[in-house]
Design a protein around this ligand. Structure first.
Ligand code: NAD
Length: 494
């Protein structure tokens, strides 16, 4: 994709966004709309339907009817596969439009969006399309006169609540396996990044997904998200977002029909660099990318850098050089390294973390401020603190912005102790040439994914999920399918 093609569509008009219910575009039942602001300029981009509880109930009812009459689940697997493969092809065919629309809405740098958004979403849909006719039930080892069969059934209606940082990629992680297994879905995109995901949902209908099987409602989490999570008619709720919201969803499930709830939450992931790392210059570059790409708005961001004390000062000096060379700016330029912060509220939160880190004795080595304010957009300098103690706020709380805290360590045991000292357990990395040490760190650091001599980039064949307060269950890989099926036993006397 070249700059000219991006520039050609970067200012195209965006029509106001409506809900997608029962295969039709509909406005909010009370006519309400919300402003969609551009993080690149702070200006109005378009409007979207501000959903009501009634809108959400209509979407759930539509999904229920579509599930019960088997218009999707009852189709032969080969037919469902064909539709899903066509959908993936349509996502690829519209990749530029989807990526640019998403960037205008959420601020991710386009070089990353092109790969991580439509590209990855299409690959995910294709992966589950290919898997759907390879999932079998089982026959249990029973006595001669009994046949014990284990069926794998769709769960029914799935509610999917999506955050703003990678709406297509994360949306596809839920939609792919949920639809492949024959479920109906009600999608609730983030209020600050709904446009590209709503377009991707429309493409599913264009590919031949029957009406009502995929419904999508825009609006505020506290209204339509809550109505989805409190519904008595949603069987499984899948969520990616903050711990605060995740905790609420568990309460809503308990207060309603005790629906299964799967949470992918935040992190405070440790990136641990030993002096014997094979290529320290590579570790420096990857550490910078691991926290600053997408302006730190990445759940698996390596936001805690633990550096062996003997190389700490040299490593930090190199890291500052690499960081200061990163270009913050217009996310729609291919040479931008760090795009915009998604919203003014998030930018303010990031800046508050900087003040707290300073007050707690952190040493600000670079960044720390809003930048490019003249654009009206929400940009922040990549920010590095040293002397961050393991109990400091910056070492304990997720910022979800371009702020890195660095802490030195003196032994393997100390590195593990610091790494495991938060409520989170999403991702991590170790850089070392010592094979035994690498395996020990993978075993001992409590995370859902542990990288060795790299950071990030895992593909759809491996699961992503957290431990501790980073969540439960996993997205991606064949394991994700378990969330979208029920096991049913048939016990047959012969
Ligand atoms: P958020 O929790 O504020 O919002 C996520 C979604 O929940 C949005 O669609 C929002 O409208 C909805 N929501 C908000 N309040 C709700 C309520 N009361 N009831 C129902 N729904 C409600 O999170 P965010 O700020 O959009 O995303 C950032 C967070 O997501 C970070 O913590 C980040 O680490 C996490 N995240 C995790 C992963 C992962 O795979 N573990 C991936 C990406 C992001």
């Amino acid at each position: 994709m070249d700059q000219t093609s991006i520039d050609a569509v970067r200012n195209s008009k965006i029509v106001p966004q409506l809900h997608l219910i029962g295969g039709r575009h509909v406005a909010a039942s009370d006519g309400g709309e919300m402003d969609i602001l551009s993080p690149l300029t702070g200006q109005l981009l378009t409007k979207a339907a501000r959903g009501t509880t009634e809108d959400m109930e209509a979407a759930i009812a539509s999904a229920r009817v579509a599930f019960e009459d088997k218009r999707w689940a009852g189709q032969p697997p080969a037919a469902r596969k064909k539709v899903m493969l066509k959908w993936a092809d349509l996502i690829d065919a519209n990749a530029l439009e989807l990526a640019v629309l998403g960037v205008r809405d959420n601020g991710t740098e386009i070089s990353m969006a092109l790969k991580a958004e439509p590209g990855s979403a299409a690959a995910t849909i294709r992966y589950y399309a290919e898997a759907l006719d390879k999932i079998y039930g089982e026959i249990a080892p029973t006595s001669d006169d009994i046949l014990g069969m284990i069926h794998k059934e769709p769960v029914g209606v799935v509610g999917a609540i999506i955050p703003w940082n990678f709406p297509l990629m994360i949306g596809a992680w839920k939609l792919g396996p949920a639809l492949a297994m024959g479920n109906s879905v009600v999608l609730k995109p983030s209020e600050t990044a709904s446009l590209s995901l709503m377009r991707m949902a429309e493409l599913a209908l264009e590919a031949g997904l029957p009406e009502g099987v995929l419904n999508a409602v825009t609006g505020e989490g506290a209204v339509v998200g809550e109505a989805l999570a409190l519904s008595m008619d949603v069987d499984v709720l899948v969520f990616t977002g903050s711990g605060t919201t995740g905790r609420r969803l568990l309460e809503y499930a308990a207060r309603s029909n005790m629906k299964r709830v799967y949470l992918e939450l935040g992190g405070k992931s440790p990136n641990i660099v030993f002096a014997d790392a094979p290529k320290l210059d590579e570790a420096v570059k990857v550490a910078a990318g691991g926290i600053f790409r997408n302006a730190g708005q990445v759940c698996v961001a390596g936001s805690r850098l633990l550096v062996e004390a003997s190389i700490h000062d040299d490593f930090v000096a190199e890291l500052i050089k690499v960081t200061e060379a990163m270009k913050v700016g217009d996310p729609l330029k291919l040479d931008t390294n760090i795009g915009a912060i998604n919203s003014l509220a998030q930018l303010d939160r990031n800046l508050e973390f900087v003040q707290t880190a300073l007050a707690e004795g952190g040493n600000l080595m670079t960044g720390g401020k809003r930048t490019l304010e003249e654009t009206g957009g929400y940009f922040m300098q990549p920010t590095i603190f040293t002397d961050v103690t393991p109990d400091a706020t910056l070492a304990q709380k997720e910022v979800f912005g371009p702020v890195l805290g660095i802490t030195p360590f003196h032994s393997d045991e100390e590195a593990v102790r610091i790494a495991n000292s938060t409520i989170y357990g999403l991702a991590g990395a170790v850089w070392t040439s010592n094979l035994s040490r690498a395996h020990r760190m993978v075993r001992d650091v409590r995370t859902g994914v542990m990288h060795v001599n790299t950071y990030g980039g895992a593909d759809g064949t491996v699961p992503l999920g957290g431990v501790g307060q980073s969540g439960n269950g996993s997205d991606k890989s064949l394991h994700a399918i378990d969330k979208y099926i029920n096991l049913k036993t048939a016990w047959i006397k012969l």
